[in-house]
Design a protein around this ligand. Structure first.
Ligand code: GLN
Length: 493
């Protein structure tokens, strides 16, 4: 039997077009794999199999009638912070344990229009706050490479599901690294687009000035297939930018991959991204990948960026501040979890929120409220905003001398579940990814090898709107190496 989970989206689309197989066959195949293995991985919160099969049948009928959309009938799955009409959307939280959205997020709508079939909703850290998926109310996700380890977060369900072969591609969201870091921990490719590239309408907000949805796949090309329909201006999101869409797939397919394809490209490397805290085996893989990029024709140049410690502090002020405001809407009144037998309105608010939110979310609401409170606002929030501007300027300056900046995606490989690291240690794991969100830049992570048997990801950061360039560069690397084809053991079966 064809191992559909080992095929690329390109191959799946071709097979469907040539009628080598049907969408129903494909969809059933992925549903079976999820049924067989997801008990150990826990990557899905909600299965939407009945809808998926019905949609697959419709897709097959439409194709027979002459519908030529290439992606018609290809399965995918959504992170559970994207609203899906009529299907549970929890954001990994008890406070939304029963929330069925009355509408689709714009990206969900766009992806469905392209013909993709949604298999269900993927596990995540509560409200996308976290780096290990352990804060999900629906239980931690297990890393398919070693089920005793975390998959990364917050889009850990998305990364683990793609690595496990439960779905060819998946959506994710990235506020400070939540696509790139789990991609790195699970050995898959993940891209966070430029802020404003993808509509945030219907994506449950964490920190609105940083949040951006993006994609996971086994390769840059697979990511491009899902990002193509996701992108675009949306009148329902005032921060989505009105500029022409790119065709990432066509751009990649047109690229030359042999004979020094990266000649003339300058890749910037910052000393600050190779400092204290970086695991030496991770560093080795990253240095080897940089050498491969040189062999492919790129020149490595040194650049300066803001001290990552400053970036980290800035993020952990601004993101909780925005979260404290965004999460004030969950009060037990209109939807979601409501405490039992409230004494009065205040009791209803207080208990619904303290029983409904987990510890990490409460910590961030408290930190954020503190930073925004009168008396501290200027000292913390306003100052952090000023530093954010400096971080943006520093990136801009760095990009005067290079086309792309490369760094490790995370300082370590996946750590053990339940290691109960203190919050500050976990926050330090975001040190290489958060600057990108503060500056609104696009960035991706792609696998470049293993350290101690666990995947390592390299981060490529681009100028604003340079998603295409990032994807093409990663594609060139992937056309000349096979790290992205290495799958966890059970995904080879
Ligand atoms: N780990 C970071 C945090 O906890 C980033 C999360 C994200 O990108 N959603 O805030």
């Amino acid at each position: 039997m064809t191992q559909f989970h080992q095929l690329s989206v390109h191959e799946l689309a071709q097979g469907l077009t040539n009628k080598d197989f049907s969408s129903v066959e494909l969809t059933e195949y992925f549903i079976n794999r999820i049924g067989k293995y997801d008990d150990t991985i826990n990557s899905f919160i909600t299965h939407d199999f009945d809808h998926a099969l019905k949609n697959a049948q419709t897709a097959d009928q439409l194709r027979t009638k002459g519908d030529t959309r290439p992606l018609l009938g290809v399965p995918m799955a959504h992170k559970d912070n994207l609203c899906t009409k009529g299907v549970l959307t929890t954001a990994g939280s008890k406070i939304l344990y029963n929330f069925v959205s009355p509408y689709d997020a714009t990206v969900v709508e766009n992806i469905a229009k392209a013909g993709f079939i949604n298999l269900g909703k993927l596990n995540m850290d509560e409200f996308a706050m976290g780096s290990d998926n352990e804060s999900s109310y629906f239980g931690a996700v297990h890393n398919p490479w070693d089920t005793a380890r975390v998959p990364g977060g917050s889009s850990g369900g998305s990364a683990a599901a793609v690595a496990s072969g439960f779905t060819p591609v998946a959506t994710g969201s990235d506020t400070g690294g939540s696509i790139r870091q789990p991609a790195s921990f699970c050995g898959v490719t993940g891209i966070k687009p430029t802020y404003g590239r993808v509509s945030r309408y219907g994506m449950i907000a964490y920190a609105s000035s940083l949040d951006q949805a993006g994609t996971f796949g086994k390769s840059a090309l697979d990511c491009a297939y899902l990002l193509n329909p996701m992108q675009g201006h949306d009148v329902k999101d005032a921060t989505s930018i009105n500029r022409p869409n790119d065709d990432y797939v066509a751009d990649i397919l047109a690229v030359k991959t042999d004979d020094k394809p990266l000649a003339g490209k300058k890749i910037g490397v910052a000393k600050a991204y190779f400092g204290q805290g970086l695991d030496s085996d991770v560093e080795k893989s990253i240095r080897t990948a940089l050498a491969t990029y040189e062999e492919l024709g790129a020149t490595i140049v040194e650049v300066d960026i803001t001290d990552p410690a400053i970036t980290l502090a800035t993020y952990y002020l601004l993101a909780p501040a925005e979260a404290s405001s965004n999460l004030s809407r969950y009060d037990g009144v209109r939807f979601g979890y409501r405490c039992e037998d409230p004494k009065d309105l205040m009791d209803l608010y207080t208990r619904s929120r303290s029983e409904g939110f987990g510890a990490e979310v409460q910590r961030r609401i408290i930190m954020g409220t503190y930073a925004l409170s009168a008396g501290y606002f200027d000292a913390y929030y306003t100052k952090a905003q000023k530093v954010r501007r400096i971080i943006m300027e520093d990136f801009k300056k760095a990009f005067e001398t290079c086309d792309i900046i490369a760094s490790p995606t995370a300082p370590t490989t996946a750590y053990k579940l339940g290691e109960s690291l203190d919050p500050a240690t976990i926050y330090l794991g975001d040190v290489y990814t958060i600057g990108v969100n503060l500056a609104g830049l696009p960035a991706l992570s792609h696998p470049v090898g293993q350290a101690n048997g666990l995947p390592v990801g390299l981060q490529l950061i681009g100028k604003h709107w340079a998603e295409s360039e990032l994807l093409k560069t990663a594609h060139i690397y992937q056309a000349n190496t096979d790290f992205h084809e290495q799958l966890p053991k059970f995904a080879n079966t």
